[in-house]
Design a protein around this ligand. Sequence first.
Ligand SMILES: Nc1ncnc2c1ncn2[C@@H]1O[C@H](COP(=O)(O)OP(=O)(O)OP(=O)(O)O)[C@@H](O)[C@H]1O
Ligand SMILES: [Mg+2]
Length: 234
Amino acid sequence: MSVPVLELRGLSASFPSGQGRRTLFTDVDLTVGGGETAAILGRSGSGKTTLLTLLGLMQRPEHGTITLAGRDVSSLSDADAARLRNRHIGFVFQNYSLIPHLSVLDNVLVPATYAPRDVAGGRRGRVRRRAEDLLDAVGLGGRGQDLPLRLSGGEQQRVAIARALLLEPAVVLADEPTGALDEQTGARVLDMLVATARHEGRCLVVVTHDDAVAGVMDRVFRLGEGTLREEDRP
Ligand SMILES: Nc1ncnc2c1ncn2[C@@H]1O[C@H](COP(=O)(O)OP(=O)(O)OP(=O)(O)O)[C@@H](O)[C@H]1O
Ligand SMILES: [Mg+2]
């Protein structure tokens, strides 16, 4: 097996509800190596987005540990988590989360504006070219100067995917990244995500409701009945 990049041990999540707390899941274990791709399936409301935001260090776990490239990142400060996320994690939000007053190209470039100079600032021209190449790769070449609201939902979704890949992160976490795309466009974008993950040794975790998406991933997990289980593959 490849070197573990992302490792969860004994993770749980619960939320305040009425008088008490509602447990979403407990005892979640997951190890995904570099170059490995994984799908997470589960009913609406089962906690897939919650699990992905924990993986993406957007919130800290109540119980359990998260390890990224061998480093325990379960209890970082918000500032340290943000730095690590910017440098190593690309996140495709379920609702895209584009910035409405920035052009498509500037949306893709957002991660570079928060990155240290050696990653982005020292090579402005290069990162801009990469943003343009990524827009081409998701079929949006020539749309860089449009505002997000002038794009269709599926086009906005592809901008969000390009943005997540900008800094060549070690980990890409994508929340239903093809949910707004037709079959053909979705397959093309997914192929790109999977091919670059394998080629660049990146770990890719995709939340999906689509069996066809799950079918191209190396491993498939299902979130339900309060925990995460790996499914047997034929
Ligand atoms: N910050 C929060 N406070 C309270 N409840 C929350 C919070 N975040 C999520 N939840 C609840 O946790 C449950 C799971 O939400 P989550 O968004 O993780 O589901 P999901 O599996 O991604 O669903 P979908 O497939 O519809 O996107 C929901 O019932 C939601 O209301
Ligand atoms: Mg969700």
